[in-house]
Design a protein around this ligand. Structure first.
Ligand code: ADP
Length: 502
């Protein structure tokens, strides 16, 4: 009796919905919580099928659990949505239990807790988690969230792409076990410890460049910024990272290029310095040799022929050496920007034959033919232009051994004076023709056969540039070359051509 009154109290006062069904699933009794929760009077409920109060979408689920409970006389856990009198939905979580009083009479009870609000909250949390995930995955950065034990809590899709670990693989592991390179792990742990003790973090809220470890073991550069927030009295650290290895590689290449450039510039400067000092130092003894040789030659009127021949040779070689040293000095003047011209207006039709006549000594084996000579004036430095002409005739002779003619022409072309030098022998290949005016450049295939320094054309091109002209070459390999320079025309020039054999 005592127990019966206890059970009645429980039934009457329980906040859970309690309902008893007969064998045919007709409601026999419900508790006050049921009535107030569903908005019914006892008469509206008793005698009605339980299905009248279950949401259509959940009837099958209820039916399955009910049958199971009834068949095995046991309690079935179930989640069911009910409908109230006002057509609202109540989400219930509870049990369906079936018991038999005797073989014919089986009765069932439903005891359900109202979890509608809880479900609602769960739904809100679920939604906001979904939104957070979408936000984390929407940016271009890898986002990693760790707790104060360094355990990884969040690992977005970009982090998967950058580091090669999936979120599932890495969840719960620490950064020091995974993406922090071995050499930084101790410092990282110390930094974290220091922060937890003092709230001071050296790298917090800054952007730094550091290396990280890919799943495949390769170390690469990342941009990293970490911020910290306190949640429920615990620190969370949010890291935004991006892979900058490509940019770093480009930077490294650029830095290397810059260093190489500086080194080669330094080398060039040293070379220029050496050339300048060496040619200056050598010039004095060569001038002295030349002077003494000339004195000896002058005093040697009655000397035996072979002695005179030897002295003449020494004199000639001293000239050659002086020419070379002057060229080297010109190279250093050019690098220092000190090759100064002294120009004057000159009749080229007079100047050109005179120069060609004076440099006949350059070649004994070739005939220099001035095939065409234009009557025209130009502002030139006669000495420097003679140097260019000497060089071009010298080259035509040097690179056409065994050939007879070197043809020189001057003409007017497209408003400029053009002076050309043509030889008929080895020629220059297309891949070398663009380089022959570079300092110290010599064509590999022929450099062993012909002596030279590879500076004559370089000096010539600088002299011509300072005249406001251009120097160029055309060639057919094995047939010969034409090297030519252009000069600006002086005003008021009478123009005519005067072919002349020289
Ligand atoms: P080098 O003292 O070597 O002659 P240059 O500066 O005068 O120096 O010429 C540079 C290079 O150009 C030469 O080494 C040679 O290979 C090539 N070259 C110049 N002129 C001719 C030419 N007329 N025919 C063929 N090759 C030439």
């Amino acid at each position: 009796m005592k127990f019966e009154s206890h059970f009645r109290d429980l039934f009457e006062n329980s906040k859970d919905f309690i309902c008893f069904l007969n064998n045919d699933e007709i409601i026999e009794l419900v508790n006050p919580a049921w009535l107030s929760g569903f908005g019914y009077e006892l008469n509206d409920v008793v005698g009605h099928s339980i299905y009248d109060f279950i949401h259509p979408d959940y009837r099958a689920e209820y039916r399955r659990n009910y049958k199971e409970a009834k068949a095995h006389h046991k309690i079935q856990e179930a989640g069911i949505a009910f409908i109230t009198r006002g057509n609202e939905i109540i989400i219930g979580e509870g049990q369906i239990g079936c018991f038999s009083q005797n073989a014919d009479h089986i009765y069932c009870s439903l005891v359900f807790k109202n979890i509608t609000d809880q479900r609602q909250e769960e739904k809100v949390i679920e939604e906001s988690e979904k939104r957070l995930k979408a936000f984390l995955n929407s940016g271009p950065d890898a986002v990693i969230i760790i707790n104060e034990y360094q355990e990884i809590l969040e690992w977005n899709l970009m982090a998967e792409a950058i580091f090669g670990f999936t979120a599932k693989e890495i969840s719960g592991k620490t950064l020091a076990q995974t993406i922090i390179p071995f050499q930084h792990r101790e410092a990282h742990n110390r930094g974290m410890q220091h922060f937890l003790e003092t709230d001071e973090g050296r790298i917090l809220n800054k952007t730094i460049e550091i290396t990280a470890l890919h799943k495949n073991g390769k170390e690469f550069y990342i941009n990293l910024s970490i911020s910290n927030v306190k949640l429920n009295d615990r620190w969370l650290f949010i890291a935004f990272l991006s892979d900058i290895s490509e940019r770093k590689r480009t930077e490294e290449i650029l830095i290397k290029r810059e260093v190489d450039l500086m080194q080669s510039k330094l080398m060039e400067e040293k070379k220029d310095e050496f050339i300048s000092i060496a040619s200056h130092e050598l010039k004095t003894p060569v001038t002295t040799i030349k002077a003494y040789t000339q004195i000896a030659l002058a005093k040697c009127k009655d000397c035996p022929d072979d002695v005179v021949m030897c002295l003449t040779k020494v004199n000639q070689f001293a000239d050659k050496l002086t020419y070379l040293l002057n060229e080297l000095l010109d190279v250093s003047k050019i690098s220092l920007g000190k090759l100064n011209l002294s120009k004057k207006e000159t009749n080229l039709n007079v100047y050109l034959p005179e120069v060609l006549d004076s440099i006949r000594y350059v070649t004994k084996d070739h005939k220099i033919v001035l095939e065409q000579n234009v009557v025209i004036k130009s502002m030139i430095d006669p000495i420097r232009l003679e140097q260019v002409i000497t060089n071009l005739v010298n080259n035509s002779a040097k690179y056409s051994p065994g050939k007879e003619n070197i043809v020189v022409r001057s003409a007017i072309k497209e408003g400029e004076i053009m002076v050309s030098f043509t030889d008929y022998c080895i020629g220059i290949s297309p891949e070398n023709i663009g380089k022959i005016f570079d300092r110290f450049y010599r064509v590999d295939e022929t450099s062993g056969q012909f002596s030279g320094f590879g500076i004559g054309l370089f000096i010539s091109s600088e002299i011509i540039k300072q005249h406001g002209g251009r120097i160029c070459a055309t060639s057919t390999e094995g047939k010969g070359s034409t090297l030519y320079f252009t000069l600006p025309i002086s005003h008021e020039t009478e123009q005519s051509t005067m072919p002349e054999d020289y």
